[in-house]
Ligand binder design. Sequence first.
Ligand SMILES: [Zn+2]
Length: 284
Amino acid sequence: MNLVEAQIFIALHPAVAAVCAGAVGACVGSFLNVCIHRLPKEESIVTPASRCACGQPIPWWLNIPLFGWLALRGKARCCGAAISVRYPVVELLTALLFAASILTLPPAKAAVAAVFLPLLIVLAGCDLDDMLVPDAPNLALVALGLIFSILLPSLHGETSASLEVVNRLHAAGDSLVGIAVGTALVWWIRIIGEIVMGQEAMGEADIILCAGVGAFCGWQGALFCLFGGAVIGVLLKFPMVIAVFTKKEADSHVPFVPSMAIAGAIWFFRGPELVQAWHLWVNG
Ligand SMILES: [Zn+2]
């Protein structure tokens, strides 16, 4: 099946395409859970097979995404320990994003989404779980963004030149500018934050993430990743602020990586439309 045939199949059978993509997404999500659990601890993501916290191996049929957790009702079969709700949430989120990609994006871009979005989920998950963002998936985001831009110039809307190689060069340029803008933006904010607030406002992980979104989405994407991410961060932080007042300990950690990841994903799905809506709004 080539890309055109795939597109026709998706148009004719959107429900079938969505269910298939969702099933693949749930399996990918299951693997992302392993990455989120093991990468910050610098453990291998390939071996050993999944084990319960008590050391018992988990049978394969309980490893089936979503159903495993539901069948167990969130409690380990061996020792009764609670299994974090994070596992089914990551699986469901990945499934929904895969289904949304295949339904709303051109097939080639949906294939790129199958790499871009899982990396964002791993980074956000590691930050939420351990407040420790591993470098490997973050740097992979930057490198893969550049590679996919060259393979698929339409990612940056570069399709107008009659020579394919010119489109690829333009797209590589767009990607590199995105990396540069993403890096520079967060780097400057970090310096200004240090001067104004006397503390580190943003970490190195934020710089690499913003550069990675720039690599996939160009400089506008990097811009939206930072400023859209800041707005989303404030919105997400708000319930946490309330929680802090009602509970005992103050949590000063701002979930900036997850917020930037959400902004990056929004831009990947609907970036150009957002610019258009913005122009319409500004011009009355
Ligand atoms: Zn156990």
